[in-house]
Ligand binder design. Structure first.
Ligand code: AMP
Ligand code: MG
Length: 319
């Protein structure tokens, strides 16, 4: 098993030696390696069993640092950096040659982000290289939002888990790229689209491409828990599952016709931020519940609700 601790010096030493360290971010826990060390980055793919066509996000402590490895920053990208970094927004920009091909899966663009988690900020400032870090879970599975989630699934494959507590956003970053100068959303995430649109105006969505994805979060089936999950209207779906033990993942209220111990409610007060924080931990909890399957209710399709619905749809048996 990996050691879990709060020692950023130890984490920094391991990363300098090309080892893998799980790091807390505000979105989800990442599995980090020196982005400039291709061998270390290859080990990230191996530990996650992630296909090599699926590029990684490169994390730096400041926008200044990011600019050392991107070839150009458009005025609109600059506005987004100024407004939303550090925070749950990833930008896809043309890369400099210093970024190894293994990080970008051979693309000439690189996904970059400045995370806001204080512990990871301190760690990044101790390093003279950025960290390539996808979510710290086996490929295709639910992302980890606590150090223990990482331990449960990747503990035997990594050296150290830096414990920064439960993540405060709970969803992966929103990914924005540019096509012919126009901003395009590749993945919905922890920064909601309406907040982005208030700053740069209307943005196009380019989600849901199932082959040759620009972003793996675009794969139709992803983020899946260990039990079959069905997404939609529970009242309509329930008739299909007679004789099965049903788990219910609801937004605000329980279903009367199911035992309370088979149900988890994301936010009794109807707070979408709270729902996002709880989402992945609750999906994992159903694995220990005496249920055969999970019915997940659709949330209001606004703000963070859009990203939560996106994850539930992709986690479901029939995406
Ligand atoms: P994960 O770290 O597992 O949340 O996934 C990283 C996300 O960043 C994936 O959806 C990647 O495909 C996306 N990404 C990384 N590099 C690029 C790139 N050059 N172009 C488009 N998307 C990218
Ligand atoms: Mg992931």
């Amino acid at each position: 098993m990996a050691e879990i601790g709060k020692d950023i010096h130890k984490a920094a030493e391991l990363l300098k030696r090309g080892k893998l360290v799980a790091i807390p971010t505000e979105t989800v826990y990442g599995l980090a390696a020196n982005a400039f060390n291709p061998e270390a980055v290859l080990n990230v793919f191996e530990a996650k069993e992630r296909p090599h066509f699926d590029p990684l996000i490169v994390h730096s402590s400041t926008a200044q640092w990011v600019k050392q490895h991107v070839a150009e920053t458009s005025p609109m990208a600059q506005i987004l950096m100024d407004e939303f970094w550090p925070g749950p927004l990833t930008l896809v920009l043309p890369k400099k040659p210093i970024v190894p091909d293994v990080v970008t899966s051979g693309l000439d663009s690189v996904a970059v982000r400045v995370p806001s988690h204080p512990m990871t900020q301190d760690l990044l400032r101790m390093l003279d290289f950025p960290l390539a870090a996808p979510s710290a879970n086996p490929f295709g599975y639910v992302s980890p939002t606590t150090a223990q989630h990482v331990q449960d699934q990747l503990g035997d494959k990594i050296d150290y888990i830096l414990d920064g507590g439960p993540t405060t956003v709970g969803l992966e970053s929103t990914i924005i790229g540019f096509e012919e100068g126009k901003p395009v959303v590749f993945r919905l995430g922890g920064l909601s689209i309406d907040v982005i649109e208030e700053v740069i105006g209307k943005v196009e969505l380019s989600l849901n491409q199932s082959s040759d994805p620009k972003a793996p979060g675009m794969l139709k089936s992803h983020y899946a828990p260990g039990k079959p999950l069905y997404f939609g209207n529970p009242g309509e779906m329930i008739t299909d599952f007679e004789g099965k033990r049903i788990g219910f993942l609801g937004f605000m209220t329980r279903l009367e016709f199911l035992p309370p111990k088979q149900q988890l409610i994301l936010s009794p007060h109807g707070d979408l931020h709270e729902a996002a924080v709880n989402l992945f931990a609750f999906m994992r909890e159903f694995e220990k519940f005496p249920v055969d399957l999970i019915l997940a209710e659709k949330l209001p399709d606004i703000g963070l609700g859009r990203a939560i619905n996106d994850r539930l749809r992709r986690a479901s048996v029939i995406p």
